[in-house]
Design a protein around this ligand. Structure first.
Ligand code: V47
Length: 487
């Protein structure tokens, strides 16, 4: 047993950091050996294989196989992002039994954000450079489609560098009905207003029998899949989820995974699969027990093995707890979602995890699992940050005022609009003297000013103020602010 001896020799972390399996495949469940042969040969698993994986008690063997696939695809890389959730409304016409978030319009606790409020929410608590807004909400009976278009275009205008991952297939289908547009037209208008991709929610479990019990008022599984297909066809990537741990059985889960795999074969538009553990508290299904750590880990492993055409499997720490999510990084998961900031849906359903996590803490958890943390944007492009907080691939948007438009413009204004993502070489910083802070309501501007080595001065003469937007970003890995771009 060389591996066992090896394990005893070295420091623990040194051992788990080693790439590749720590030992050969071992199982006391003989049904798993032929599945392992297929996995190692890169062959696709079938329905029976998937059912066997769910039914096997040998979680370590399932994990070994899932980890082998995960390492074949991503090595030690483990992705996370810096994101913020925005839930514009919890008013919802669907009374899904699975949900503790939705409220009827006049019920206590119902809220709907005015657009300005949503923009302020987007900006609040923004202590790190967010690269993604994750926007989902209830199916509001009165909000017009235009509200959602204005929400997205307004966010894009204020935060042009932030990716909008917005609206589940269920919301898209509902908006299309309200706007009397086809699903394709609805998606096209959302895309034109700034939506960059779609989150994976609302998929729940596709099987009708289960859907009738947990989310009777939602679109059915086929409509969810059709909406995803249309989104992919017009060039919007999406994620996919599966809600497990309620009244579904193994067959329902396998059916769900195989339907997703079939659509992915067709479109290639899914980026990430996210198994979501059901949280029963405060829902009409609160008599159901919570999922166990064993099921959560098993679910990650089976997902990785069955969804061979999905690039990523996300272990959503908010839902799994940070500890289980961390362990799942050795059972098939390669992504932990992000800093999140202000999760509501699970917390209404009794989640005890914090509503957000700092980037450093996520990185620490990933490293402690022997993996390499990679900050990504929503499309899985690596984000580079300097120790002063801003990266070439992500930047901030600020609102500042020039004390005097005529005297104040000492900035070098690039001739053409630069997409910060494209900036790889540092641009010399020009002295900027006459910028003063017009509003630091959201806390960004002070940071920008600090980063740019500017001295914020109080606004002297309101009449002389001209509002501008600036993007501040670093070029390359330099560490110094390389440009202040007026837009
Ligand atoms: O669609 C609702 C689920 C989803 C409960 O795409 C519940 O990156 C458990 O889709 N217990 C919304 N789950 C969240 C979601 C998501 C989360 C993180 C990342 C991404 C992504 C997507 O939450 C809903 C529903 O399936 N949900 N209520 C509950 N009581």
């Amino acid at each position: 047993m060389n591996n066992v001896q090896n394990r005893r020799k070295g420091p623990f972390l040194g051992i788990i950091k080693r790439m590749g399996p720590l030992h050969d495949f071992q199982t006391d469940d003989p049904r798993l050996q032929p599945i392992c042969d297929k996995v190692l040969a890169g062959e696709r698993l079938n329905v029976d294989d998937a059912l066997t994986l769910y039914r096997s008690g040998d979680i370590l063997a399932v994990g070994w196989m899932a980890n082998a696939v995960r390492e074949r695809m991503h090595g030690d890389k483990t992705y996370f992002n810096v994101n913020r959730h925005i839930n514009p409304t919890n008013v919802c016409v669907a009374a899904c039994r699975l949900c503790a978030f939705g409220r009827k319009k006049d019920a206590p606790g119902a809220y709907t954000m005015a657009l300005e409020e949503a923009f302020e929410t987007a900006a609040s608590g923004y202590s790190e450079a967010v690269t993604e807004f994750h926007i989902v909400g209830g199916l509001h009976p009165d909000l017009p489609f235009q509200y959602f278009l204005d929400l997205c275009s307004g966010l894009k205008q204020r935060f042009p560098q932030v990716h909008l991952k917005a609206f589940t297939m269920v919301e898209v289908a509902y908006l299309s009905r309200r706007a009397k547009l086809s699903i394709r037209e609805t998606l096209e208008q959302l895309k034109a207003s700034g939506v960059d991709s779609l989150p994976g929610g609302g998929a729940e479990i596709f099987a009708d029998r289960v859907r009738h019990i947990i989310c009777d008022h939602k679109i059915d599984g086929d409509q969810w899949l059709e909406t995803a297909k249309l989104a992919h066809q017009i060039g919007l990537k999406s994620n996919a989820t599966m809600l497990y741990g309620h009244v579904e059985n193994d067959e329902d889960r396998v059916d769900h995974l195989l339907k997703l795999r079939a659509l992915q074969d067709e479109t290639g538009g899914f980026q990430t699969f996210i198994p979501l553990a059901f949280h029963p508290d405060n829902t009409p299904l609160q008599h159901l027990p919570k999922t166990t750590g064993m099921l959560d880990i098993k679910q990650i492993g089976v997902s990785r093995l069955v969804l061979d055409n999905f690039p990523h499997i996300k272990s959503y720490w908010q839902m799994m707890t940070a500890k289980i999510a961390q362990i799942s990084l050795r059972f098939g998961a390669d992504d932990m979602d992000g800093t999140v900031i202000e999760e509501k849906i699970y917390h209404d359903a009794g989640a005890t995890t914090p509503q957000g996590m700092r980037r450093e803490e996520l990185e620490r958890l990933i490293r402690a699992a022997g993996r390499v943390p990679i900050e990504r944007d929503t499309l899985y492009r690596p984000v580079t940050r300097t120790d002063r907080g801003v990266s070439a691939a992500g930047s901030f948007s600020f609102s500042v005022a020039l004390r005097s438009p005529s005297a104040g413009v000492r900035h070098r204004v690039p001739q053409k609009q630069i997409d910060p993502r494209l900036v790889t070489a540092p641009v010399p910083l020009q002295p900027i003297e006459d910028v003063s802070v017009q509003s630091n309501r959201n806390g960004f501007l002070w940071r920008a000013v600090e980063l740019a080595n500017l001295r914020p001065a109080p606004v002297q003469d309101e009449g002389d103020i001209r509002k501008i937007n600036v993007l501040v970003f670093h070029g390359g890995d330099g560490g110094d602010v390389s440009s202040l771009l007026l837009v």
